[in-house]
Design a binder for this molecule. Structure first.
Ligand code: NAP
Length: 245
């Protein structure tokens, strides 16, 4: 059987690492993208290959389209055509709208929105020529609801939903499905700045009574990528323990 290859951006830590582990467990060869956390990315690749899987590590800032193009070319040469792209890399931060300067605003857009645009543009020629492929983007419930003191972040995550729905329509004739997952509050380093007390409050406000785990999002991504979801495209799967219901 032909092996599937997945590229996961921001796979060195948190949700991306859990997604990568789950995809490797399901038999994908995995291209592990990182930006700063090279050691963590290499440790993940070693863990997957020690378990009999296939993995390789690629450092690239997703905001840099040339670096992304090079990463995709190297990953496809090493692991085969990318059949699944998971746009997970992202940055967050809390500040009043008035306090977000041009540099910070532009970096949010560059990483969280232009990053997925860069990776999608790099994998699309192959997917279109094969008339097959799957893209899963990671949005956020804040992209659906809006978020005080996270305006820049919420804008990029709302943009991801627009990107997902629009590309789903444009790429459907090429049999490429595009969906996204909107996680609620997930227990990773990204949430640490909120502090223990706020995180406990958020867990309490969650109908299922806990914060999400990276593995919860990994299962949602793996489902959207699977044949079980073959009639799903342009969808936003909210995985938040009922928080936004
Ligand atoms: P995290 O623990 O902070 O990890 C972020 C990941 O993104 C890291 O692997 C990091 O890589 C990578 N990254 C950051 N900037 C990058 C860049 N310029 N190029 C390539 N990779 C980059 O965050 P997380 O909680 O796992 O979040 C993962 C995704 O889920 C993000 O898109 C986030 O917005 C979304 N999300 C998270 C939550 C949550 O509550 N945690 C909720 C909703 C949505 P390096 O460490 O190698 O630099």
């Amino acid at each position: 059987m032909k092996q599937n290859t997945a590229l996961v951006t921001g796979a060195s830590r948190g949700i991306g690492r859990a997604i990568t582990r789950e995809l490797a467990r399901r038999g994908y060869a995995v291209a592990i993208n990182y930006f700063r956390s090279q050691g963590e990315a290499e440790a993940l690749a070693a863990e997957i290959t020690a378990g009999g899987g296939q993995a390789a590590v690629y450092g690239a800032d997703v905001a840099n389209s040339a670096a992304v193009g090079e990463m995709v070319a190297r990953a496809e040469a090493a692991l085969g055509p990318i059949s699944l792209l998971v746009n997970n890399a992202g940055i967050a931060g809390q500040a009043l709208f008035q306090d977000v300067d041009d540099e910070s605003w532009n970096r949010f857009l560059a990483v969280n929105l232009t990053g997925p645009r860069n990776t999608i543009r790099a994998v699309l020629p192959g997917m279109i020529s094969r008339k097959a492929g799957c893209i899963v983007n990671i949005s956020s419930i804040w992209g659906l609801r809006g978020a005080s003191c996270e305006v820049a972040y919420a804008c990029t995550k709302a943009g991801i939903i627009g990107l997902t729905r629009s590309l789903a329509l444009e790429l459907a004739p090429s049999h490429i499905r595009v969906n996204c997952v909107a996680p609620g509050v997930i227990d990773t380093e990204m949430c640490r700045p909120l502090g223990a007390e706020t995180l406990a409050d958020l867990a309490e406000q969650t109908p299922l009574g806990r914060l999400g785990r990276p593995e919860d999002i990994a299962q949602a991504v793996a489902f959207l990528a699977s044949e079980d979801a073959s009639f799903l495209t342009g969808q936003v799967l909210t995985a938040d323990g009922g928080f936004s219901v």
